[in-house]
Write a protein that binds this ligand. Structure first.
Ligand SMILES: [Zn+2]
Length: 143
């Protein structure tokens, strides 16, 4: 439906006012409550992207976990990842693109796939584990 706001995690349509403001339904907010919307008003650099994020530490480095809300009229996170990492003050990001696929980017490595067994990674927890092993040399579920 045109103009319909959907949950940035599961893609279901949102109806409640607070869900629409958050860009995330109640069920997903319960599970992914740690994600914060980017607050453009507090930022000095205009990111021009619409996403939610939270920051984790991997091997002592700040890494953002980002979900692109794929909102109309905004630059995709993929096309804007360097600026976003700069504004969040992180060295890299594990992010879900507008296709729902998780990828990795850092200043040092550039864009990297988090594919597992040749398949695009659509699972956040798995994507984080893959990134730890491939780009931080930290053992995890798949080591
Ligand atoms: Zn949802």
């Amino acid at each position: 439906m045109e103009g319909e706001v959907t949950c940035c995690i599961c893609g279901k349509p949102l109806t409640k006012e607070e869900s629409i403001a958050r860009g995330m339904g109640d069920v997903c907010a319960e599970r992914y409550g740690l994600f914060k919307p980017n607050n453009k008003k507090e930022k000095t650099i205009e990111s021009q992207s619409n996403y939610v994020y939270h920051i984790i530490k991997i091997d002592g480095k700040n890494i953002a976990i980002i979900i692109d809300k794929d909102a109309k009229g905004y630059m995709s996170v993929t096309n804007n990842i360097g600026n976003i990492c700069q504004e969040l003050g992180v060295e890299g990001a594990i992010y879900r693109d507008s296709e729902g696929v998780w990828d990795f980017w850092s200043k040092k490595t550039g864009f990297k796939s988090l594919a597992l067994h040749g398949q695009p990674n659509r699972n956040m927890d798995s994507a984080i584990e893959v990134a730890k092993i491939r780009f931080f040399n930290i053992g995890g579920l798949f080591s």
